[in-house]
Design a protein around this ligand. Structure first.
Ligand code: SAM
Ligand code: SF4
Length: 327
C-alpha cells in the first residue's frame, strides 16, 4: 500500500483505551470517559482486519493501548496474531506493570521478542508522581526480566518534561552504558487535555545537551532499513543506543509508514490529526473483505503529508488523548 508516495507496511493496533496508570502527559487528571465495552473491537474483529492488512502489504504490527496487558485474553489474542502469514514483526508497547518472568517467557515462545517499555524516570518517587502509581519496582523488574530472557531490542521510551523528569535524562541515557537498551527520548506532544503545559516541553537539542554534558559526545548510528522515526546515537563504548523521537522539532511525516487501528475500530492514518475512518461499523454490518480493503485504502488516501503541531499552536492540538488512539 502506498499513501502520498510513502509505502505503508506498519499497522499499530490499540487493543484497549483502558490503563492502570495515569501518566500526566497522557491522560487528564480530571474524570474522563472510556469507550463502552460493546464499542471496543473484539479480538476476532481485530484479527480479521489484521489478516486483511497483511494481505495488503502490512508486515509489521505493534500492539499498544491504553495498556495492552490490562485487557482480558490478551495472550491468546497475541498467539493468534502471531500465526498470521506475512506478519514478520510483532511487537508491543507497554508500561510493563503487568509483566513478570513467566509472562515474558510466554511472549518469547510465541515469537514476540520486541518490547517497548515506557519509563520516564529511575526514581521511584518521581515515577509515582508521573504515573500516579507506586509501581517503579514492578516495571524495572519487568525490564530486567525481559533483558534476562533475551528480548532484543528492549526499547525504553521516556517523555522528557521540564521540571518533572529533566533531572533524570542523564541517568536514563546512562542505562545504555550498562545495557544494550535503546533509550528513546520523546518530545512531549500536546494531545487531548493532559495536564502538561507547553512550558514543560523540552525539545531534542536541549535533551541532547544534557546527555552530552554528563556523558560526552553522542555519535550517530547508521540507520537500518527497518528503523522507525528515532534518530539514533551511541555514547562511547556503550552497548546500548540513545534515540530521539522528534515529532515537534523535526517532523518525520515524509517517512511515516504507519496506519493505526484504534480500540473503537477506526483507522487513523496520522497520530497527530483527528481524521479517523470507521471500519468496525461496516465489519459488524456484514462488509466483505473486498469492502473492508476499500475502506483501508480510502483511509490511507487521507494520510496527511505533514502535521502542524509546533510548540504553542493550540488550534492544531488533536482532541483525542493518547490512550484512546494508542501512542
Ligand atoms: N501503555 C503503554 C505504554 O505506556 O507504553 C502503551 C500506550 S502509550 C499511549 C504509548 C506511548 O505513548 C508511550 O511510550 C508514552 O510515553 C507515549 N505518550 C503518551 N502520551 C504522550 C504525549 N503526550 N507525548 C508524547 N508521547 C506520549
Ligand atoms: Fe497508560 Fe501508557 Fe498512557 Fe501511561 S502512557 S497512562 S501507561 S497508556
Amino acid at each position: 500500500m502506498i499513501a502520498g508516495g510513502r509505502p505503508i507496511n506498519y499497522l499499530r493496533i490499540s487493543v484497549t483505551d483502558r490503563c492502570n496508570f495515569r501518566c500526566l502527559y497522557c491522560v487528564p487528571s480530571k474524570k474522563f470517559s472510556v469507550i463502552a465495552h460493546d464499542r471496543i473491537a473484539r479480538y476476532e474483529e481485530i484479527l480479521r482486519i489484521a489478516r486483511l492488512a497483511s494481505d495488503m502489504g502490512i508486515t509489521k504490527v505493534r500492539i499498544t493501548g491504553g495498556e495492552p496487558f490490562v485487557r482480558k485474553g490478551i495472550f491468546s489474542f497475541l498467539e493468534r496474531l502471531c500465526t498470521i502469514d506475512g506478519l514478520r514483526d510483532i511487537s508491543i508497547t507497554t508500561n510493563g506493570s503487568q509483566l513478570n518472568p513467566q509472562r515474558i517467557q510466554t511472549l518469547r515462545e510465541m515469537g514476540i521478542t520486541r518490547l517497548n517499555f515506557s519509563l520516564d524516570t529511575l526514581d521511584p518517587a518521581g515515577f509515582k508522581r508521573i504515573t500516579g502509581r507506586d509501581r517503579f519496582n514492578n516495571v524495572w523488574n519487568a525490564v530486567l526480566a525481559a533483558h534476562e530472557a533475551g528480548m532484543e531490542p528492549i526499547k525504553i521510551n521516556a517523555v522528557a518534561l521540564r521540571g518533572i523528569n529533566d533531572g533524570e535524562i542523564p541517568k536514563l541515557a546512562g542505562l545504555t552504558l550498562k545495557y544494550p537498551f535503546h533509550v528513546r527520548f520523546i518530545e512531549y506532544m500536546p494531545m487531548g487535555k493532559s495536564d502538561v503545559e507547553n512550558g514543560h516541553q523540552i525539545l531534542t537539542d536541549e535533551i541532547r545537551e544534557k546527555i552530552e554534558s554528563a556523558h560526552g559526545r553522542l555519535m550517530p548510528v547508521p540507520r537500518d532499513a527497518d528503523d522507525g522515526p528515532a534518530k539514533k546515537f551511541q555514547l562511547e563504548g556503550a552497548p546500548g543506543v540513545v534515540g530521539f523521537i522528534t515529532p515537534i522539532s523535526s517532523h518525520f511525516c515524509s517517512e511515516c509508514n504507519r496506519l493505526r487501528l484504534t480500540s473503537r475500530g477506526t483507522l487513523r492514518p496520522c497520530l497527530l490529526n483527528d481524521y479517523e475512518k470507521d471500519i468496525l461499523g461496516p465489519l459488524r454490518a456484514g462488509a466483505s473483505d473486498t469492502d473492508l480493503a476499500e475502506i483501508i485504502r480510502a483511509a490511507l488516501v487521507k494520510k496527511p503529508k505533514d502535521h502542524h503541531l509546533e510548540a504553542g499552536k493550540p488550534d492544531e492540538i488533536p482532541v483525542s488523548h493518547m490512550t484512546s488512539i494508542g501512542g
